[in-house]
Design a binder for this molecule. Structure first.
Ligand code: GLY
Ligand code: MN
Ligand code: MN
Length: 438
């Protein structure tokens, strides 16, 4: 893996340099300076929130923990890393830079965040970062024209990035296997979460997002993160949505499992799984993502019918909002340096927004798929009391088998989520490939 990254990195860096040149030209700047960022203090406290590096910084370097450092790009010049290595015996001091990427940079080591500022270029400089008291002396301008261009092109992953995303999927699927085992062994949500972390070898703060580990009815809470420490009796189902990080790149994986005696729910999982594979197969260059999302509503309406949950046609189930009550989120989103990656709605490198289709307020991706984009495909079916209550009050409520719905409430819901690379031919399913190899 290391040798492969070493051989892919130079091309990645030259791609980023070309993109940065273009972004600077569009914004009318001569230099780009990217702050890694600094940890933020909690209110009235001496404790910091977990540090989250500026995604623009980790795009250039496999460094997720370099608070106070900066990256500087000037067209035609070797990129520069201003690396903060403080004199500090309270915290871990980052090691001096090493690895396959260091020769590509001029590196200046500094001891304080203020010393770093003296290393930054003067003049027309696009400064990308978050304002922080430690950098109060300089103007962080985050120029929209520069950001728009950088964000738009970030959707196209380099071969180096795809390799890191494969690694994030390998770590995530290994941990998902351990989580399933813990569920089958009767562990609590907290116990399953701990089994996941141990197998991933990552602590919560290193994960790309807060894991969702939901037993039984908890699966109906889309972002369930209140883990109970006692297993329910019986544990009927597990919905686990958890990812992993590799050099700052994310995986985002969801699986739903049924207990051995929950045959009817298992059959519903199998149908969502088959539907999900069908959507993944459509991840191809030229496919409109919002059209795929609307297609998913029609296919899931068919699943609801097939299982006797609704009696109406797929068309009327979609048109009346019935599918939206069972599948109330988007089909997926771009993923990369951030789990919900940037530019899902962006029209071009100059900005602009592609609107969501009417009636689909939670979709996070409206672009047409192109080769090297990576998106998640995550259909679901849930039994959410609040939405079911609203549905009951509608005139078409008679087209729903409420006894069936009531039966399924005890399982919470189903989501199946893979990370998929769009190509001009068959898609690459990072998640299923990693599960198969695990
Ligand atoms: N885990 C967040 C998501 O699936 O989008
Ligand atoms: Mn997702
Ligand atoms: Mn997810």
């Amino acid at each position: 893996m290391h040798d492969q990254l070493a051989s892919l990195y130079p091309r990645h860096l030259s791609t980023l340099r070309e993109r940065a040149d273009k972004a600077l030209a569009l914004g009318g700047f001569d230099h780009l300076a990217i702050a890694a960022g600094m940890p933020s203090l909690k209110f009235l406290d001496d404790q910091h929130y977990p540090f989250a590096v500026n995604p623009h910084f980790k795009h250039w370097l496999p460094l997720s923990h370099a608070p106070g450092s900066w990256l500087v790009h000037t067209p035609g010049a070797k990129p520069k890393l201003v690396f903060l290595q403080p004199r500090d015996y309270w915290h871990v001091v980052p090691d001096a830079p090493g690895g396959y990427w260091v020769d590509a940079f001029d590196i200046a080591i500094v001891r304080t965040p203020q010393e770093a500022l003296a290393q930054l270029p003067r003049g027309r400089c696009a400064m990308i970062g978050e304002p922080h008291p430690a950098v109060a002396g300089i103007e962080i301008n985050n120029p929209p024209a520069v950001l728009d261009c950088l964000h738009y092109h970030r959707s196209y992953k380099t071969p180096y990035e795809l390799e890191l995303m494969r690694e994030a999927s390998r770590i995530g699927t290994r941990a998902h296997r351990a989580a399933e085992k813990a569920f089958r062994a009767g562990e609590s949500e907290l116990g399953i979460h701990q089994a996941y972390l141990a197998a991933a070898g990552q602590i919560d703060a290193q994960l790309p997002y807060a894991s969702i580990v939901a037993l039984n009815e908890h699966g109906a809470v889309l972002h369930y993160t209140d883990f109970t420490s006692r297993p329910p009796q019986p544990a009927r189902s597990l919905l686990i949505d958890a990812g992993a990080s590799a050099s700052g790149y994310a995986s985002d994986i969801t699986r739903t499992y049924a207990a051995a005696d929950a045959g009817e729910f298992q059959a519903l999982i199998d149908s969502v799984d088959a539907a999900q594979r069908g959507f993944v197969a459509k991840v191809r260059a030229g496919q409109s993502y919002p059209e795929l999302h609307v297609h998913a509503h029609h296919v899931l309406a068919g699943v609801l019918r097939e299982h006797g949950i609704v009696r109406m046609s797929a068309e009327s189930a979609v048109a009346s909002g019935v599918t939206a009550a069972f599948f109330p989120h988007g089909l997926g989103h771009p993923i990369g340096l951030q789990v919900h990656d940037v530019a899902g709605f962006q029209q071009s490198e100059r900005g602009g927004t592609i609107a969501r289709p009417d009636g689909h307020p939670y979709l996070r991706m409206t672009r047409t798929l192109e080769a090297t984009m990576v998106v998640t495909i995550e259909p679901g079916l849930y039994f959410i009391d609040m939405l079911l209550q609203e549905l009951r009050e509608q005139p078409f409520a008679t087209g729903i088998d409420w006894t069936k719905v009531n039966h399924f409430r005890q399982f919470g819901g189903i989501r199946i989520e893979d990370d998929v690379v769009c190509t001009t031919e068959a898609p690459e399913n990072l998640t299923r490939d990693a599960f198969a190899a695990a």
